[in-house]
Design a protein. Structure first.
Length: 492
């Protein structure tokens, strides 16, 4: 998608203008309505369009307008344009005409600030994302025609500067994260994943990849146990961004990267198993965040650690009842090999706190189906030992349109993961409180460091998106929330 900023729409065949609740045109829409003899007002009044957020009204062949088609796009409540309403308006405008055959969509926000103009371009770009890498026979008429977004701004140079500095790097990071989650497991296996992360060194990240020999030497026995049934070697990728003051304590993010999860010996049902290619969504969020921090030159020291494995059934696979020693020295009785993500994270969390001595750790994982039962498909669950982290994550998420809900981690539930033959077992007693017992398991490997666990099983992948800037499929969930949290609470 080509992004332009201009002082006028020029010869764009499609022009989008904003309107608020109550059919109140805004900015250029007011002038255009006057120039066309009230054509836009008549179109709005003739239908159900009210200016509500995400709504659109397409008006074609308007006399007195250079554009062949005008899209009136709803920006929500009158008298204000908040960030999310503007993003929804830009995304909805794109979707309204993406299959029209027109190649350029101009969105006139010349009455808004340069930062808001940049945000408009950002939203349209996210809306336009599609993973078409393997579609070789897709007919042109089935492919979106809009190839250029031209944002009409009062100060195009200032809008471009804001976009390039703050918005484009985050858009690129989200797209990179979505690509990772969308890839099939035969393409994106642990070693290939690590190679792609290594390629981010061009942004200024330092990337270290640990293979199985290094991991065995270091003592990542629990992570390696998960991957020992696969012909693919397990990996750990470590990303470092040094944008803060030298010697400042880093902040750390850890991601579950199970590139495919069959469940292992405790094999999953066949129906829906193809979706388990996105069981690495937590790691993709961490990679996307580190991509964003480096891309926008964030003033912070940050570390990202991702554990990359495949969980496969094999003669060499771990079995229910096996006992494995973790990097921390604690032993784990494995009752169910499909509770594998926490085993990967256990070693990665311990390694992160031990090596980097971070200010805090946040881990992200598509960890439990129980999280979907608890919160549905719109919220991610946050489990934390830190009220400060809970507050900072909770403040950041709604600003970018991502939903989180703090969940309890009561010590009274610790007994459910006590093992009779090891220090801990990898699942609780039955299905009750499955997300909670998983979080309590992880907490045993944080060594008292401030920590938050975000279970993104409900939000990493969407099948019927209602958000114009989020496509069906891979969401890239968490990149924006964590980037916003870092901006608001930890930079400078």
């Amino acid at each position: 998608m080509k992004i332009e900023f201009a002082a006028s729409a020029g010869a764009a065949p499609v022009l989008a203008v904003l309107a608020h609740e109550g059919r109140n045109l805004a900015g250029a829409g007011v002038q255009l309505d006057a120039a066309t003899g009230g054509a836009l007002s008549r179109a709005m009044n003739a239908g159900r369009f009210t200016g509500a957020k995400t709504s659109t009204q397409v008006v074609a062949g308007v006399s007195g307008c250079d554009a062949a088609t005008v899209v009136i796009t709803g920006a929500g409540e009158a008298g204000q344009v908040d960030d999310l309403a503007l993003e929804a308006a830009a995304g909805a405008a794109y979707h309204a005409v993406k299959m029209s055959g027109a190649d350029v969509l101009a969105i006139d926000v010349s009455h808004l600030s340069a930062e808001q103009a940049a945000r408009t371009a950002f939203a349209a770009r996210l809306a336009a994302y599609r993973f078409l890498k393997y579609r070789t026979t897709l007919k042109p008429e089935k492919t979106p025609s809009i190839a250029t977004i031209r944002v009409v701004a009062a100060d195009p140079k200032a809008a471009r500067a804001a976009y390039d500095a703050d918005f484009a790097p985050v858009a690129e990071a989200i797209e990179f994260s979505r690509d990772l989650v969308s890839e099939p497991a035969n393409i994106l296996y642990p070693e290939e994943y690590a190679r792609r992360v290594k390629g981010l060194e061009k942004l200024g990240l330092e990337v270290e990849v640990l293979g199985e020999k290094e991991l065995e030497k270091l003592g990542f026995r629990t992570l390696l146990a998960v991957g020992q049934g696969s012909v693919r070697d397990s990996q750990v990728a470590i990303m470092t961004w040094n944008g803060g003051k030298k010697g400042d304590q880093p902040i750390a993010f850890v991601g579950k990267g199970v590139c495919f999860d069959t469940g292992g010996i405790s094999i999953k049902p066949a129906e829906g198993m193809e979706e388990m290619k996105w069981d690495m969504g937590g790691s993709a969020a961490v990679v996307g965040l580190m991509h964003a921090l480096a891309g926008r030159k964030a003033r912070v020291n940050a570390v990202g650690v991702i554990g990359l494995v495949e969980n496969m059934p094999d003669g060499n696979a771990i079995r229910p009842g096996d006992v494995v020693e973790t990097l921390s020295g604690q032993t784990v009785e494995i009752l169910n090999t499909d509770a594998e993500g926490r085993l990967v994270l256990a070693d990665c969390l311990w390694y992160t706190q031990e090596r980097f001595k971070p200010k805090f750790m946040v881990d992200l994982a598509t960890l439990t189906g129980a999280m979907i039962v608890s919160l549905g498909l719109e919220y991610a669950g946050v489990f934390t030992n830190s009220d400060e982290l809970a507050e900072n994550i909770g403040n950041a998420a709604p600003k970018v349109g991502e939903n989180v809900w703090r969940m309890p981690i009561p010590t009274i539930y610790e007994r459910h993961i006590d093992s009779p033959i090891a220090d801990v077992k990898n699942m609780g007693n039955g299905r009750a409180g499955g997300s909670i017992t998983a979080a309590l398991f992880l907490q045993r490997f944080t060594n008292g460091v401030p920590w938050a666990h975000i279970d993104i099983a409900p939000t990493a992948w969407v099948k019927d998106s209602k958000n114009p800037t989020v496509p069906d499929g891979a969401v890239g969930w968490g990149v924006r929330t964590l980037d916003r949290m870092v901006r608001d609470a930890y930079e400078g």
